[in-house]
Design a protein. Structure first.
Lengths: 184, 408
């Protein structure tokens, strides 16, 4: 048999999985997850998941966008810098100063939004460790039911508290339909 | 309602009356400044009530569930609108009985001489606008605006309060229909009011963004007052255990959204005028770069946009009563600064220079009395309505969803 990845428990009601998640959270497990066919309100709290740090990526991206937008306009219209393949060219438009934050603002603003969006998507991928083409759960026999009417909860071997017999007994106490093994 | 909390509307009526009496004294002592200060106070307070009216209508048009208990507070505030209409009458009296017909709106005095060229009556920029800026039409519009606002305030309050008694869903449907019509009518009348009362103070100037600007200003004022009201009612007891931090978070998030909206509108107005560079428009901003108005415009950019933007970006600061109370007070003060900035520089001294905020120390008395007078009336109306109605709309069809609304 292949190396064991963890233990998995199967539930058939949202209430069952919710109470199970609360108990696993309170028992102090770290490396575990819940699989559900639809969003369950309150599951984040039941699992003890904190607010997503994706916003940190967003603000960094937004700031970079704002600064680069301003710099781009300054470079193209007010500087005479010479960069590889690019040359700044001082151009007077509409009798306005060569550079002023006023007219650079619409561009910098759009760049802020664009970069915020990129950073949010990128941050989401990084935090979720995406792309992930394979996960041991996919090999579990009736995991396809998790996209229909069945809920799963699994705890990984790598969890510091994991102990084959104790964890199996613990999962059994959560009143699942069955407890099974996940293979690497 | 908790037993140890009894609102005291009379106190606020006395405070409001005191402010109005001081303003009245001002009309005799220092007529022009007192009149302008009174106008500023009235517009500031009316914009809070109008913002509340918009919040009620937005609640109904979206069939929202989270804001049912918040809406009841807004319904108290909009009860002030008819009284604010009464407070508009002194402006008519000042115009026609103060000896100087152009004391507030210069164009009302056709013989007023303009700095450098002719009189209002011969000014082409006035003549082209004369069909709109006619005195009869102006006062008619003011009456019409207050009539529309008072009607909608009355209708929403009647529906909501009657529903407390009979629990019939027909009141909710009625409010939804009123909201659909009201959003259009109030938007148009509030825009017309901003053109009349603020923009026509400087009738040479025109900005198509102005109606949207005053809408964003009113909503921001209302949301900051709402943050303060809810925090106060939770601390004092009436809403304790009913209003939770998720409701608080939602109100604060709206305040955040309209911070960005206000900045977008205000910048667009500036940018279009800056870019087009037409003298009839740019002078308005040039006046606002004279003397103290320059630092005040910087305060608005950094204090009314950048600081609240960065502050309200942060989740923990939106779910804590102390931090929302701070930002609510901050936004309200900044809103007042913005109203001053938009109105007062339109008053010119004999050299055609914009009026300076602290040209005389006594100005401050009239500023304060103008705000306290109208503000006292607003709070009197709020607490009177509060004392007479249920603390939350107990039979609203959405009340259960609203009470269960929480962080998930």
């Amino acid at each position: 048999m292949a190396k064991q990845h963890g233990l998995i428990a199967k539930f058939d009601t949202p209430a069952g999985i919710m109470h199970a998640a609360e108990k696993v959270r309170d028992a102090g497990f770290k490396k575990w997850d819940v699989i559900a066919p639809f969003p369950l309100h309150g599951l984040d709290t039941a699992m003890g998941i904190k607010r997503s740090p994706v916003g940190r990526f967003t603000i960094v991206g937004g700031t970079i966008g704002l600064v680069s937008g301003m710099l781009m306009i300054w470079f193209t219209s007010a500087s005479d810098l010479s960069l590889p393949y690019m040359e700044g060219y001082q151009l007077i438009v509409g009798g306005k100063p060569l550079f002023s934050p006023q007219y650079a603002f619409p561009v910098a603003y759009e760049m802020t939004i664009l970069f915020s969006a990129f950073a949010s998507i990128g941050g989401m991928f990084i935090l979720n460790k995406l792309p992930m083409h394979y996960h041991p759960v996919l090999k579990y026999k009736d995991v396809a039911a998790s996209s229909d009417d069945t809920f799963f909860l699994y705890i990984e071997n790598e969890d510091p508290q994991f102990d084959e017999d104790k964890t199996r007994a613990f999962l059994g106490e959560l009143e699942p339909l069955e407890v099974g093994e996940l293979e690497e | 309602m908790s037993a140890d909390f009894t609102p005291n509307p009379k106190k606020w009526l006395l405070i409001g009356a005191a402010g109005l009496i001081v303003s009245l004294i001002g009309f005799f002592v220092d007529t022009q400044i007192a009149a302008w200060s009174y106008l500023i106070g009235l517009i500031f307070v009316t914009s809070i009530a109008i913002g509340m009216l918009f919040l009620v209508m937005m609640h109904h048009i979206f069939d929202a569930e989270w804001s049912v208990i918040v809406r009841r507070q807004a319904e108290h505030f909009i009860s002030a609108l008819p009284y604010l209409g009464v407070l508009f009458v002194p402006l008519w009296v000042l115009t026609y009985m103060g000896g100087d017909q152009g004391i507030l709106w210069l164009w009302m005095d056709h013989t007023a001489s303009l700095h450098g060229h002719g009189t209002v009556g011969t000014d082409i920029l006035y003549l082209k606008k004369a069909w709109w800026l006619s005195e009869t039409f102006f006062w008619f519009r003011a009456i019409f605006c207050f009539a529309v606002w008072s009607y909608f305030a009355w209708a929403f309050r009647r529906n909501s309060i009657t529903q407390d008694e009979d629990g019939s869903p027909k009141h909710t449907y009625s409010s939804r229909k009123h909201a659909a019509a009201g959003l259009i009518l109030v938007a148009l009348t509030w825009t017309a009011a901003s053109f009349d009362w603020i923009m026509s103070l400087e009738y040479h100037w025109f900005s198509t963004m102005f109606g949207v600007w005053i809408f964003s200003s009113a909503i921001r004022a209302a949301l900051s007052v709402m943050l303060l009201t809810c925090a106060y009612l939770v601390a004092k007891g009436p809403l304790k255990g009913i209003f939770n931090t998720k409701h608080l978070h939602d109100v604060a998030t709206l305040a955040f959204a309209f911070t960005v909206f206000w900045a977008y509108i205000t910048f667009s107005q500036y940018f279009l005028i800056w870019n087009a560079n037409i003298p009839e428009e740019t002078f308005w901003f040039n006046d606002r770069e004279q003397g103290l108005w320059w630092p005040i415009s910087m305060v608005l950019i950094f204090g009314y946009f950048l600081f609240p933007f960065l502050y309200l970006l942060q989740f923990p600061l939106k779910v804590n009563y102390k931090s929302t109370t701070f930002i609510g007070s901050w936004l309200l003060i900044m809103n007042l600064v913005d109203v001053f900035y938009n109105i007062l520089p339109s008053l010119k001294d004999s050299h055609g220079e914009p009026f300076q905020l602290f040209s005389e120390p006594t100005n401050v008395i009239w500023y304060i009395s103008g705000i306290v007078g109208a503000g006292g009336i607003l709070l009197w109306a709020y607490w009177s309505s509060f004392a007479k109605t249920k603390i939350i709309p107990i039979r609203d069809p959405r009340i259960q969803d609203c009470l269960n609304h929480n962080h998930h």
